[in-house]
Design a protein around this ligand. Structure first.
Ligand SMILES: C[S@@+](CC[C@H](N)C(=O)[O-])C[C@H]1O[C@@H](n2cnc3c(N)ncnc32)[C@H](O)[C@@H]1O
Length: 223
């Protein structure tokens, strides 16, 4: 991978001009309250933990995680400057202060063994195979030994109707980045960078596909 060039990326809703409508689109197409509430339960933020959201988008999860536990040290990382402005506006409105970082899609701007937990929601289906692998490698590097990864994203379609319904997401985000998700490859990607205890904790069948929660842990011995 070229370390000096910003990696090309898929904006929140597939096309740059649609980013302003992202929150509305999620509200209309997904059981938003339910899938975000489950995500917060899976993250289970504890006092004083340092937690990163990879691909914070318009900041909806950041607000909910902070509402759940004010004492955590929360940080957001994304690649798109446009979402940073939207997320900052919403965080201000909710009286939360969360440092939001941008990067170029290569090395994450944090030292080794830095975070207790890293979570990500609806991001990995927008990454091609190289970016999935590189992002997971970086997440592994910056997690503390024993630290937890929580990913909420499109997973293996649970039946033919779910496979068909996922066509809507694939039309917006393309097939190249989404096929491995719907074919159930996420656990393989996660395990391939060294994570252990890789599991799917639950899945939801939605109007546009099967949405799954993946969890994994960095080895305690990886210092
Ligand atoms: C569909 S949005 C999800 C936003 C938010 N996490 C949520 O739950 O609503 C995907 C986000 O991933 C970001 N993204 C895409 N490629 C990325 C990359 N290589 N590194 C970091 N963020 C990326 C996009 O900019 C966008 O904000």
């Amino acid at each position: 991978m070229d370390q000096n060039k910003t990696t090309s990326y898929i904006p929140a809703l597939g096309y740059d001009f649609l980013t302003a409508y992202y929150d509305l689109a999620i509200k209309l197409t997904m059981p938003e309250k339910k899938f975000r509430r489950i995500l917060i339960e899976e993250i289970n933020p504890q006092d004083d933990e340092s937690i990163l959201e990879f691909g914070f988008g318009t900041g909806q999860n950041l607000i909910m995680v902070k509402n759940q536990n004010q004492s955590i040290k929360l940080t957001g990382l994304d690649i798109d400057p446009k979402v940073k402005d939207i997320a900052n506006y919403k965080l201000d409105k909710n009286k939360h202060s969360v440092p939001l970082d941008l990067y170029d899609g290569n090395m994450f701007p944090y030292p080794d063994h830095h975070f207790d937990k890293i979570y990500s929601c609806l991001v990995f289906h927008q990454l091609d195979a190289d970016s999935k692998a590189n992002s997971l490698k970086e997440i592994y590097r910056i997690l503390k030994p024993g630290g937890e990864l929580i990913i909420a994203d499109w997973g293996k379609a649970e039946n033919k109707i779910m496979r068909l319904a996922f066509g809507i997401v694939q039309m917006l985000d393309g097939f190249k980045t989404t096929n491995d998700n719907v074919n159930g490859k996420m656990p393989e990607y996660i395990a391939s960078v060294g994570f252990e205890n890789v599991k799917i904790t639950q899945s939801l069948n939605t109007a546009i596909g099967t949405f799954s929660y993946f969890k994994a842990q960095k080895k305690f011995s990886d210092l």
